[in-house]
Design a protein around this ligand. Structure first.
Ligand code: GLV
Ligand code: GLV
Length: 324
């Protein structure tokens, strides 16, 4: 009998998914309560046929070479895969998979929640209460910005962008979007969404929400110039990847009042957060929680495990990422 394939999981995943993986091979799960260092990851993957990776793991040709010739699949437990060098793995005959679909609604919920936290100043209010400062209801107290009748600009009208737009419609917002390609006519009409060039979207929108993947083209898509193009009363929401925004330029813009506020779930150098942002009241912050529900994280890990099982059994991956 041939040896069972080695499956390496770079960090904790829900038990249901580990169980599924155990049916497909010998499973090793990192027990570190932090991301493995590149060296630790390289050592861990040695001899692996499958690697279940997290968005903080850099997965490139060198890592595939460290795994060795048995490596057949890398299942990234995230919809984004900017941490994976897909062409380098494809060259080595290694399949790459991600977890689209299962985190759409959770991420859209978080985006909208964080937007409300920023526009309604929830963090400021909570900080005031926890500081036990005196307060009383009055008509001018901690006034925020309403969303009804305002325009939401979605950058990247994919699955998550559309899910955010649906929520915004329920809040009485108008939708404009920008993106590499035009959305299907049915999507445009269901959301009453109009496609605009990015510059025009930035000039038009009261809230700009980012839902494009991180690629060389979208790195620092929102830079000082883009921020200057936004309305002075506008809000920026980022729940995709930190480097899509020039964080230092954003801190400048928030401090100068170039825009009214921001809601950030992701950061340029995670887990580091630009220190100036931490000192500003007009930004709502959360530590990359977009998909962080029990239900969604379980579905993500199960989908990654099913991808591993499929490839190791000789079948096609379920949700492959193809080199472009
Ligand atoms: C989370 O950020 C993901 O890409 O799934
Ligand atoms: C506010 O609490 C109100 O009753 O209007």
């Amino acid at each position: 009998m041939s040896e069972r394939p080695r499956i390496v999981v770079s960090r904790w995943i829900p038990e249901e998914a580990v169980k599924l993986l155990r049916e497909a091979g010998e499973v090793w799960v990192s027990e570190a309560d932090r991301a493995l260092t590149p060296e630790e990851l390289r050592d861990a993957v040695s001899g692996a046929a499958a690697v279940v990776s997290m968005l903080h793991d850099r997965v490139d040709g060198a890592l595939a070479d460290a795994a060795g010739p048995c490596l057949r699949v890398v299942a990234n437990v995230a919809v984004g895969y900017d941490n994976v060098d897909v062409p380098a793995l494809a060259e080595r005959g290694v399949a790459v998979t991600n977890t689209p679909g299962v985190l759409t609604e959770a991420t859209a919920d978080l985006a909208f929640g964080l937007l409300l936290a920023a526009t309604r100043r929830l963090g400021e209010g909570e900080r005031l209460l926890r500081a036990r400062r005196p307060w009383s209801f009055h008509l001018g107290f901690l006034l925020g910005t309403g969303l009804q009748g305002k325009t939401l600009g979605i950058v990247g009208l994919g699955q998550i962008g559309q899910a955010v737009a649906r929520r915004a419609r329920a809040f009485g917002m108008e939708i404009v979007y920008s993106g590499r390609s035009r959305a299907a006519a049915a999507v445009e009409s269901a959301l009453a969404a109009e496609r605009l060039p990015l510059r025009e979207l930035l000039r038009t929108a009261d809230v700009v929400s980012l839902h494009c993947p991180l690629t060389p083209d979208t790195r620092h898509l929102i830079d000082a110039e883009a921020l200057a193009a936004m309305k002075p009363g506008a809000f920026l929401v980022n729940t995709t990847r930190g480097p899509v925004v020039d964080e230092s330029a954003l801190a400048d813009a928030l401090r100068a009042g170039t825009i009214a506020g921001a809601a950030l779930d992701v950061f340029e150098r995670e887990p580091e957060v630009e220190p100036r942002l931490l000192d500003l009241d007009n930004v709502a912050l959360s530590p990359h929680l977009g998909s962080a529900t029990v239900e969604t994280r379980t579905e993500m890990a199960l989908l990654a495990a099913r991808n591993v099982a499929a490839v190791l059994s000789g079948a096609d991956p379920i949700t492959p990422v193809l080199p472009t």
